[in-house]
Design a protein around this ligand. Structure first.
Ligand code: SF4
Length: 460
């Protein structure tokens, strides 16, 4: 063999404790946010078990995610037979209106042609009434849970908006909230209701992943976006899509509706903090022609008043912020409003856009010594964090062990929150979300100072 074939590879450390999650997990959340829909993972059973465990532990709700259950034989001969069987079983047991299929690493690696399998499945059952079947390709070795999430939103919009308009419903605004908490989704719905605008929100898992106590097991929880509403998205007056990285980086449901049906799309940052929330309210004012209702104006005023009250506790504080890119960008916006320096902004995502996007929010990020790192794991974050002497960590539960080793407190946001209760109820969006985040950050810092105090003061 020639030398070029036997070239020695540099030593490298593989990912250690990834700062991202599995791609089909994001897709499964989208399918859980659609009425009478069931997620089906095409691949090994372990993938679905891992995702269910992760999602249940955060949301504290039962979460069914079906699997085509690959074996050694399937990995060699392909998963077509398993897929047919799984679809038949799901139809029999759940009678769903939609089955959302996400492909796992294994089925992607062996190159299963799911589109062809589905074509033949439909042809063989031409005389049967089938649910909508939507497939999204989600190889986890190529992306993060956010890629799976946005990919699934787009696949659902593409798959359903080409169906006939459903005259029983119709709405003015499409809203794509991104992967936010059930409390955030409810808050957004409250805002839209106050503006009197009819909308379809995709996804909406605020009931299915944060519902009431059941007396009997429900195979499919109530709630979620109506399939008829998704079919009608093409006739809406406009779409609003949250995510600055999404805006610059990839195709999306909103962009598809704009390019295919001419529905104008407003791409905004996640409305975290005053500036980004103002931008969202401005769009709603323009679309509806009415001014922001008084109660939101009051929320904004109270928020700014509290910023003044708490400024002395946060000014100049150094934070490490990590998680999905758009959440990090949104948090950076809030942190700069309140005087915190996000010295290290880190994500396992690798859009190549995080630094450029943060620069638009914090043009002076270099003189402030802010480091922006994409495509990193928690080992990278820990190594770099130690050099930055942070006062606080802000991110999901996966960073707890590192914040513990460094001896600084962690404010839990985003997903997953596995070591606390109430992950579904964390609010990030709107003036009220910013208020909650601000209070939690300030109180965490005060608590840390109080713990360290020799006199144990009771008054600040
Ligand atoms: S094998 Fe791939 S799809 Fe399955 S759980 Fe792991 S990362 Fe996710």
């Amino acid at each position: 063999m020639s030398n070029s074939v036997l070239k020695k590879k540099e030593n490298y450390t593989p990912t250690t404790n990834a700062c991202k999650l599995c791609t089909p997990l994001g897709a499964s959340l989208v399918f859980k946010g659609i009425s009478n829909a069931v997620p089906l993972l095409h691949g090994s059973q372990g993938c679905s078990t891992y995702i269910r465990r992760y999602v249940i532990s955060h949301f504290k709700e039962p979460v069914d995610i079906a699997s085509t259950n690959f074996s050694e034989e399937t990995a060699i001969f392909g998963g077509g037979v398993n897929l047919n069987l799984a679809l038949d079983n799901l139809r029999k047991q759940y009678n769903p209106e939609m089955i959302g299929i996400a492909t796992t690493c294994l089925s992607e690696t062996i190159g299963d042609d799911v589109a062809m399998f589905l074509k033949s499945y439909r042809e063989q059952r031409i005389d049967q009434r089938l649910p909508e079947i939507i497939h999204v390709s989600t190889p986890s070795y190529r992306g993060t849970h956010m890629d799976g999430f946005h990919g699934a939103v787009q696949a659902v919009v593409e798959g359903l908006s080409n169906k006939d308009f459903d005259a029983r419903s119709g709405h003015q605004l499409n809203i794509f909230p991104s992967m936010v908490s059930p409390a955030d989704i409810r808050h957004l719905k409250d805002i839209l209701k106050a503006f009197g605008i009819s909308y379809a929100m995709l996804p909406d898992y605020s009931d299915r992943l944060d519902g009431a106590l059941w007396s009997e097991y429900q195979t499919i929880q109530k709630g979620g976006t109506d399939i008829s509403e998704i079919k009608n998205m093409k006739k809406a007056r406009a779409s609003v899509e949250f995510g600055k990285i999404l805006e610059g980086g990839r195709s999306s449901g909103g962009k598809y509706l704009k390019d295919t049906f001419g529905v104008p799309c407003y791409s905004l940052g996640l409305p975290i903090g005053v500036r980004e929330t103002d931008a969202f309210f401005k769009v709603l004012e323009n679309l509806t022609g009415i001014s922001t209702p008084d109660r939101f104006v009051s929320q904004r005023e109270r928020l700014i008043d509290s910023f003044v009250d708490g400024h002395k506790y946060v000014s100049g504080i150094r934070a490490v912020v990590y998680g999905e890119e758009d959440l990090v960008v949104g948090m950076v916006s809030l942190l700069r409003e309140i005087g915190i320096i996000p010295v290290l902004c880190a994500s396992g995502g690798k859009s190549g856009l995080m630094e450029k996007t943060i620069e638009t929010i914090v043009p002076e990020y270099q003189p402030l010594g802010i480091s922006i790192r994409e495509n990193v794991d928690f080992m990278d974050i820990e190594k770099q964090a130690a050099d930055f002497s942070p006062d606080i960590f802000i991110g999901n539960s996966k960073g707890y062990t590192l914040s513990r080793r460094i001896g600084k407190p962690l404010v839990r946001i985003g997903f997953p929150v596995h070591d606390r209760i109430g992950g579904s109820r964390i609010r990030h969006l709107g003036y009220e979300g910013a208020q909650e985040l601000f209070d939690r950050i300030v109180n965490t810092l005060i608590e840390k100072g109080q713990e360290k105090s020799e006199i144990g003061y009771t008054y600040i």
